[in-house]
Design a protein around this ligand. Structure first.
Ligand code: MRU
Length: 348
């Protein structure tokens, strides 16, 4: 069943309906729009593990509601601990998961009204992420003014974060303000978040776009076909190093060589002040079977040994600017990242 969504209808990737967490199953897109109904922390953790729910800010929000749905089943401190543990271990790299779970855990611990306390915190986190998306969009569009041909990687839109997303929100806002000539989207092997999800979102946004294989990006950048590279992030270290979808580092190298801006967009919830440098970030290694196939079709000799790191780290010095909900860090270093976090701490 393929649902044809009217253009420009906002995409809502997860929503709490008062009882269950409902999530668009991203493993089925772009061919089928099916909503999952999730009623336990284990079900939410499983959906995050298999990337039915994905994207750093989105998995944080989903996990926060995952704690809520578990507490609705069993409103007890034991259940709170178990839910937080199960959800925290779903994926290791995006810090938003631990960030959101820690907040809900702290809000609910020791409270008689565990469910209400957890729900209020989950709703607050979701509202903050929505606002962050709009703020990043505005700051990023201003920063990138004049860029007409932008290249992006993985999926960073409404499927990856509440609201309009991160990097894709910046691109959409730039297009709304000034127009863009084209958005080049990388396939993002092995799970094809670019080919399946970003292209799907770009169609809904009605933005001119072209899909490229990952290995075409560096060459196109070198020939002058791209004005700026704009990507999201899964964890930003205190020194400004950024972990993002595997392939990001190669794009940064190509952008530096070509002398074009390499811009990262992410909410302050993706900054991990406890992580001093990118070398401390745990990079998720996923099932090698994902590399051996594409959309379930075998690609290579059965049983071929594969490596499947899901992310890589780009050093701060290679990033032109980090666009956050609390302003732009530029240059990207320990001082500018700290300044952004201090602004967040001072917000009302
Ligand atoms: O493995 P995924 O699909 O969850 O990876 C997501 C990304 O790397 C995105 O680019 C990222 O979360 C940043 S923007 C929301």
């Amino acid at each position: 069943v393929t649902t044809v969504r009217p253009p420009q209808t906002p995409v809502v990737a997860v929503r709490f309906d008062g009882r269950s967490l409902r999530a668009l199953d991203q493993t089925l897109l772009p061919w089928e729009e099916r909503e999952l109904v999730l009623d336990s922390a284990a079900a939410v953790a499983q959906a995050i593990k298999r990337l039915a729910i994905r994207g750093a800010p989105l998995i944080g929000v989903a996990a926060a509601y995952g704690v809520v749905v578990e507490l609705q089943r069993e409103p007890a401190e034991d259940a709170l601990e178990r839910a937080c543990q199960a959800l925290r271990s779903a994926r290791p790299t995006a810090v938003n998961l631990a960030y959101a779970i820690d907040r809900v855990h702290a809000a609910a611990t020791g409270r008689d009204d565990l469910v209400a306390a957890a729900l209020e915190e989950a709703r607050t986190i979701e509202a903050e992420e929505l606002e962050a998306s709009d703020r990043m969009a505005a700051a990023g569009a201003e920063l990138l003014s004049g860029a007409r041909r932008v290249l992006t990687h993985c999926n960073t839109g409404a499927l990856a974060a509440p609201g309009r997303g991160t990097a894709l929100a910046v691109i959409a806002e730039l297009a709304a303000r000034e127009g863009v000539e084209t958005v080049l989207a990388t396939e993002s092997r092995p799970l094809l978040q670019g080919a399946r999800l970003t292209v799907w979102e770009l169609r809904h946004l009605e933005l001119p776009h072209a899909l490229i294989v990952d290995s075409a990006a560096a060459g196109l950048i070198a020939t002058g076909a791209v004005d700026a590279v704009v990507v999201g992030c899964d964890r930003v270290a205190a020194n400004g190093d950024v972990a993002n979808k595997v392939g990001t580092y190669g794009l940064a190298l190509a952008a530096r060589e070509a002398g074009i801006p390499f811009v990262v967009a992410g909410p302050t919830s993706t900054i991990d002040a406890h992580c001093q440098a990118g070398s401390e970030i745990k990079i998720e290694e996923r099932d090698p079977g994902e590399v051996r196939q594409a959309l379930s079709a075998p690609l290579t000799v059965a049983g071929t040994a594969c490596r499947n790191p899901a992310f890589d780290v780009t050093p701060a010095k290679m990033i032109t600017a980090l666009v956050t909900d609390q302003g732009v860090a530029r240059p990207v270093n320990g001082n500018t990242v700290r300044a952004v976090l201090e602004r967040r701490a001072r917000r009302p």
